[in-house]
Design a protein around this ligand. Structure first.
Ligand SMILES: Nc1nc2c(ncn2[C@@H]2O[C@H](COP(=O)(O)OP(=O)(O)OP(=O)(O)O)[C@@H](O)[C@H]2O)c(=O)[nH]1
Length: 309
């Protein structure tokens, strides 16, 4: 199987093709160059705010010059800068000093939430941590069935309810199980919902409140799963979810096959929320911690010289 870096590069190929960075070389940085650059960045969904900032800096540093490797290096460094939180990139998962570290996973229908929970299950268990999974998607039995397969395969403990059961009561039972078994991690999968469905957003708050009541400082991480192909729409979703349950990070899925990979920059700029994981496929290893340097290298169709694999 190709390494993660190769898969990331392949996944972001459409975005890289759209940005077509190599075609900038040798051209004069003039008004038409800047307009083309602007159009390419906007099409790749980098977002208006980040695009304006980048264009202004390119104009200041390079107007009238010939676009060369220095310009590419400059744009790359700026993008890495735009993607990196002020205090530096956080850990992929911040484990709490006192277990169980509690992760709440939310997102709209079909964003790749349950698949991401399965991938995280595999990851957390590979790290040798004990895990209780709470299948709070009680509407869709298939979601709990999918988690049951991964729980069994990886030796995680699954708590699920009857179809249609109150998701908060499943969360409650899962907290009890995680505490009784002294689990390292409790991960809570929730049903997909639109950010506009007020009653379902309340239900999510109810789940969060149960976790908060049962486990000190929980939930320690609230990951919002966003579909990378949703582009700017994903940002609106993130704003609403954040307001309701206070997200701590984004899992950005389906970056493979989209030309909108720049949305990672827009998310970071608009929401001040770090992208913690990115997904570039349906395979169990296709979700990996987000690293700005390797992401930007892939946007430029390159691989980092120092890439580990
Ligand atoms: N190409 C690609 N497909 C993905 C990725 N992540 C998830 N998917 C696919 O997206 C589809 C939806 O994923 P689910 O995990 O079922 O989505 P969900 O958000 O749990 O959906 P609901 O349960 O309806 O809320 C599945 O077919 C996944 O295999 C990814 O990174 N790339």
């Amino acid at each position: 199987m190709a390494s993660w870096i190769e898969r990331l590069k392949a996944g972001l190929a459409k975005t890289a093709k759209l940005l077509d960075v190599r075609s900038w070389l040798g051209r004069t940085v003039d008004q038409s160059f800047l307009e083309r650059l602007e159009a390419q960045l906007l099409q790749a969904d980098v977002g208006v705010k980040a695009t304006e900032r980048l264009l202004q800096k390119v104009k200041e540093g390079f107007e009238g010059k010939t676009a060369d490797e220095d310009l590419l290096a400059f744009v790359k460094a700026e993008l890495i800068n735009l993607l990196t939180p002020a205090g530096g990139a956080p850990e992929a998962i911040r484990y709490a000093p006192t277990p169980p570290t509690t992760l709440l996973i939310a997102g709209v229908n079909g964003s790749g939430k349950t698949t991401s929970v399965a991938k995280l299950t595999h990851r957390i268990r590979s790290e040798g941590k004990s895990l209780v999974l709470a299948a709070c998607d009680t509407f869709r039995a298939a979601a709990a069935d999918q988690l049951a397969v991964w729980a069994q395969r990886t030796g995680a403990d699954l708590v699920r309810g009857q179809t249609g059961a109150d998701p908060a009561s499943v969360a409650h039972d899962a907290c009890d199980r995680a505490l009784a078994r002294k689990a390292d991690v409790l991960m809570v999968d929730t049903a997909g919902r639109l950010h506009t469905q007020t009653h379902l957003m309340r239900e999510l708050e109810k789940i969060r409140n149960v976790l908060q009541r049962k486990i000190p400082n929980a939930p320690h991480e609230v990951f919002l799963v966003l579909d990378g192909t949703a582009g700017q729409n994903a940002i609106r979703q993130a704003e609403m979810f954040s307001k309701s349950i206070g997200c701590t990070g984004i899992i950005l899925t389906k970056l493979d096959g989209t030309a909108k990979g720049g949305v990672a920059v827009a998310i970071r700029q608009t929401l001040d929320l770090p992208v913690r994981f990115i997904g570039v496929g349906e395979g169990i290893d296709d979700l990996q911690p987000f690293r700005a340097e390797e992401f930007v290298a892939s946007l430029f169709g390159e691989r980092l010289a120092a890439s580990p694999n």
